[in-house]
Design a protein around this ligand. Sequence first.
Ligand SMILES: [Zn+2]
Ligand SMILES: [Zn+2]
Ligand SMILES: [Zn+2]
Length: 253
Amino acid sequence: MTLVWGPWSDRAFHLDKMSLRDLLGAYFSYYAIQAYILVTLACIIGVAMTATSITGPLIATVVVVLLYPLVEYLLHRYVLHAQFLFKHPATARAWKRIHYDHHQNPHELAVLFGALYTTLPTIAIITLPIGWLIDGLPGALSALAAGTVMFSIYEFVHCIQHLPFNPRNRIMREIKRRHLAHHFHSERGNYGITQNMFDRVFGTFYAQPRDVPRSSTVYNLGYGPEQKRTYPWVAELSEDDETYARRRKRRAA
Ligand SMILES: [Zn+2]
Ligand SMILES: [Zn+2]
Ligand SMILES: [Zn+2]
């Protein structure tokens, strides 16, 4: 395929099979990924200017890397799949952008990546205090850098899961299959995106779609007709379910 700069507009794109090179090109052309790289570089410079020893920054980095999979699991399960975000006008738009639209049309490239205005503050709020407690300012900056790197890795894995790219690595193929089951079979399990470790710990892991019943809310995440009447804000900004369904089919063809 020929790569267009940033296929991530709101125009519906149908991508042909992608090579790893295509995938990397598309990934690095997204503005949020470029922003994470800039933040990481700025943090590294900040650490170099403020740290008196390498130990504190190193510990802060390791702690963030180890905590990352648990945080990914908890945020996806208890924030993105919770129902409180569509119940308040102040958070309805963000929820639509960061998870509702992604489940309504998992092929929609414009909402495949997290929105910077929600991701960067979340990464900062979680990592800065942890790093600060470990080693003050250099610790905080190291933790933030580790957070943006881990989140960028997550975005890359998530790209692989939704783009027409067939990973050679067996484990990568398995987690792709499980994330697609989270999207097309039941959203009540397989919350892990870069790993399924905590799905196993918390009992939400399923290996095959046939292991759990098909969920009727896999696309609308429980924001059904009744919820739309009580909490209309997401619906006011969105297409109806039939339009979403048509778009999903168009891309799957
Ligand atoms: Zn997804
Ligand atoms: Zn989800
Ligand atoms: Zn196709």
